[in-house]
Design a protein around this ligand. Structure first.
Ligand SMILES: Nc1ncnc2c1ncn2[C@@H]1O[C@H](COP(=O)(O)OP(=O)(O)OP(=O)(O)O)[C@@H](O)[C@H]1O
Length: 313
């Protein structure tokens, strides 16, 4: 569990000589095994908050506790070994192969080569990079999206209990982003890391975050589940930031296959299980149907999804 207590970062404004707060009186707890998205407009303090957790930025006040231990009391190097860090500009080593890049931290820690190799290959598979095809490539031979997947695999290879991610999928085009987000959520369901992820992308926060911390001007505007923010915005700012269509955006992050329940599918329009719930709603409206029948890729009926299921999703 990561706990921020009255955390602050002040900078001096060189023009006025006065201090201003990049982060102010921030208290919140990132639950174990969950993804918390740090969301908010540009300059609201997301990256500063994230980088204080692994002490790439030193706080000017407040406390950070990981499992009850004061992060600011120990050595930053020891801390960073326990905390993975993924950034948009991935920083892969250009002269190393994909496999060697992913193995960097396990090798540094002196873990047995054979075991590392096995794990690296498993991780590459998990992020959707076929090891036989990609293990021996160099970063220059990868697309931006492939390089980002390698970055994610590298962070996971170190097997840190805590992972900090700063716009990890930011450089991807929307289609590739969807794929990598899905792959990442699948991995997270298995690995259950404690993840703090910076994003300015509302859809990404609603889709990926078990919790969302929305910041404004360095302060916490609201902290809760995506549902809390969408259905129970704490202020006009939160409501406006998420937008009038927040609920639809939330539905866009859900797959009908996950919502399907047994029911009578006769006469209902059929949709694929990987269709998102927002598109399923469009199908219902277009066809004047109260529900859709969900069919998987083998043509098997998975169940039905109706208005009520969408309302409660
Ligand atoms: N080294 C620094 N010196 C002075 N001011 C800084 C410094 N780093 C950040 N700031 C300021 O602190 C505030 C918060 O910056 P931060 O990078 O945390 O925002 P952010 O929410 O991550 O923004 P973005 O989404 O644009 O990356 C901004 O006003 C920024 O200009």
């Amino acid at each position: 569990m990561i706990e921020l207590r009255n955390l602050e970062k002040r900078y001096a404004n060189p023009q006025t000589g006065q201090d201003f707060y990049a982060v102010r009186d921030l208290s919140l707890t990132f639950p174990d095994g969950q993804i918390t998205a740090l969301l908010g407009p540009s300059g609201c303090g997301k990256t500063t908050t994230l980088r204080m957790i692994n002490r790439l930025i030193e706080p000017t006040g407040g406390q950070i506790l990981i499992d009850g231990a004061d992060v600011l009391a120990g050595r930053p190097e020891a801390l960073r070994r326990r905390i993975g860090y993924v950034i948009q500009q991935i920083g892969l080593f250009p002269h190393l192969t994909v496999e060697q890049n992913v193995a960097t931290v396990p090798d540094l820690l002196g873990q047995p080569k054979g075991k590392t190799r096995e794990r690296v290959r498993e991780l590459l598979g998990l992020v959707g990079l076929e090891p036989a095809q990609f293990a021996h490539k160099r970063p220059a031979e990868l697309s931006g999206g492939q390089a980002q997947r390698v970055g994610v695999a590298r962070a996971l290879a170190a097997d840190p209990p805590v992972l900090l991610m700063d716009e990890p999928f930011g450089a991807l085009d929307p289609l590739a982003r969807d794929h990598v987000q899905d792959a990442f959520l699948d991995i997270q369901r298995r690995l259950k890391k404690t993840i703090v992820m910076v994003t300015h992308d509302i859809d990404e926060a609603l889709r990926m975050g078990d919790r969302v911390a929305l910041l404004r001007g360095g302060e916490l505007a609201q902290f809760g589940t995506p549902d809390d923010l969408v259905r129970r915005p704490a202020s006009e700012f939160v409501r406006q930031f998420l937008g009038e269509d927040a609920r639809l955006r939330q539905l866009a992050g859900l797959r009908v296959g996950d919502l399907a329940r047994p029911g009578d599918a006769a006469g209902l329009p059929r949709v694929a299980a990987d269709l998102n719930a927002r598109s399923a709603l469009s199908v219902m409206l277009r066809e004047g149907a109260k529900a859709v029948a969900v069919v998987d890729s083998e043509g098997q009926m998975r169940g039905v999804v109706g208005w009520q299921a969408l309302e409660q999703a």
